[in-house]
Write a protein that binds this ligand. Structure first.
Ligand SMILES: Cc1cc2nc3c(=O)[nH]c(=O)nc-3n(C[C@H](O)[C@H](O)[C@H](O)COP(=O)(O)OP(=O)(O)OC[C@H]3O[C@@H](n4cnc5c(N)ncnc54)[C@H](O)[C@@H]3O)c2cc1C
Length: 394
């Protein structure tokens, strides 16, 4: 048995012994744990699973041991992820700090920033939110206007961020700010780490059509940020942000694989259109489900290929760039197929006359639309693929 196989056997045994059975079921609405200083548990099993994974360093399995991570390389992280998926283990916690700003601080952060922010993030004590989008800067992110004026102690920040997921629970925001008004737009941006308890910050939640709202608009009125919280070079935030967006898109492309909330495509369609011997009776739906399942399989193989390429130190950009787009579109079509299978029962909102699964399908269908917007819309992803992967002209 090779070393990776031995590791896999150990991981499987550990997960089977330590992941409570109730944490091996798809989480219901709002049942995933958001880590941070305001962490809350809805059950003892949820708390146990969280603490056991945290104590293994497996909130951030790929970070160095001395910074609170699990010290695993990409191949071993992938084994852990695939075993968790195979055994239907829920993610023990959700934190943008682990998927996005953490890897960026590992690459661009000062030693002080790494020591200050990474160990508590890896232990779930700091929850993060992302302050990139503004009311007039989404796809064209470099048009952002939130200003940061330097003084002797650091920066004074004024402006507003919008669509900030989980800002109402986060301890810190990593934010892009305009630090130079005169420079070309990409050259006048910096990245700051902002304590959400700073005086002058106001967070207002925004309601969504899916009924699930984790969105906020955040207002900054003369908010002071210490100079030591600048990430990378002053006015050099655009390069840092581009790297962070790569981490965001990679994380998002893995969502469909994780045991995230949401109904199961094959199960829903099979129950709605039961034919003989467990087949889906409707040939059109059967065809769609088979196609989506094959796509999901291809995506898993591509993900595996990306890991193998990374292991061999090959450039993974081209393969990784396609994944976010692909996953988002597949998820949308999967939700549409479930709604089609349920017919009018797939369009429920109030609980009367609809089963919990049917209501969940409706919400999933509405929610799936956000996947092709969040983290860069599908159109923007196609532009990136056209230009940077296929080398097509502007
Ligand atoms: C679930 C979710 C979570 C989010 N969380 C966060 C967060 O935590 N922090 C944060 O900062 N932001 C967050 N966002 C915001 C997200 O990053 C933006 O919504 C996204 O980048 C699109 O920007 P926009 O909404 O301003 O749309 P716009 O940029 O106004 O785009 C509108 C439409 O025009 C299309 N379009 C725009 N430019 C082009 C072009 N050049 N070529 C072709 N088509 C184009 C877009 O594809 C889109 O369909 C989140 C969004 C969602 C849906």
């Amino acid at each position: 048995m090779d070393e990776l196989q031995i590791f896999r056997t150990g991981v499987t045994a550990w997960l089977e012994a330590n992941c409570p059975p109730s944490m091996r079921t798809p989480p219901g609405d709002g049942e995933l744990v958001m880590s941070g200083s305001q962490v809350e548990f809805q059950s003892e099993d949820q708390r146990l699973w969280y603490e056991r994974m945290r104590d293994k360093g497996w909130f951030a399995p790929g970070w160095p041991l001395d910074l609170g991570g699990g010290g695993l390389d990409a191949a071993h992280v992938r084994v852990l992820e695939t075993e968790m998926t195979r055994l239907h283990c829920r993610p023990p916690q959700i934190n943008l700090g682990i998927w996005m700003i953490g890897p960026v601080l590992l690459e661009f952060g000062t030693d002080e920033q790494k020591q200050t922010f990474l160990p508590p993030t890896a232990r779930g004590k700091i929850g993060w939110c992302q302050g990139f989008s503004e009311p007039n800067a989404g796809s064209d992110l470099a048009s952002l206007k939130m200003s940061a004026v330097q003084d002797e102690a650091g920066f004074v920040v004024n402006g507003s961020k919008i669509w900030t997921s989980h800002a109402n629970h986060a301890d810190y925001m990593y934010a892009l700010v305009r630090s130079d008004n005169q420079a070309a737009k990409q050259q006048g941006i910096s990245m700051l780490l902002i304590d959400m308890k700073s005086p002058g910050i106001e967070v207002r939640p925004i309601d969504l059509i899916s009924g699930k709202s984790h969105f906020c608009q955040v207002f900054f009125d003369n908010v002071r940020v210490p100079a030591k919280n600048l990430v990378g070079a002053l006015h050099g935030g655009w390069g840092v942000a581009k790297r962070l967006l790569q981490h965001e898109r990679t994380a998002m492309s893995k969502f469909a694989e994780l045991n995230m909330p949401g109904p199961d495509l094959v199960g829903v369609v099979r129950r709605a259109c039961a034919g003989s011997e467990g087949r889906i009776a409707n040939a059109v739906l059967r065809d769609k489900v088979a196609g989506l399942e094959m796509e999901a399989h291809v995506q898993r193989l591509t993900q595996q290929r990306i890991v193998e390429m990374a292991k061999a130190r090959q450039d993974v950009f081209r393969a990784a760039a396609t994944m976010k787009y692909q996953m988002a579109e597949t998820e949308k079509r999967s939700a549409e197929t479930m709604v089609a299978a349920l017919g009018l029962q797939g369009l429920g909102w109030e609980s009367e006359g609809f089963s919990p699964e049917e209501l969940e399908v409706t919400r999933q269908w509405l929610n799936a639309k956000s996947l092709s917007i969040a983290g860069g819309s599908s159109e923007i992803q196609l532009n990136i693929i056209a230009k940077r992967v296929l080398g097509l002209p502007e």
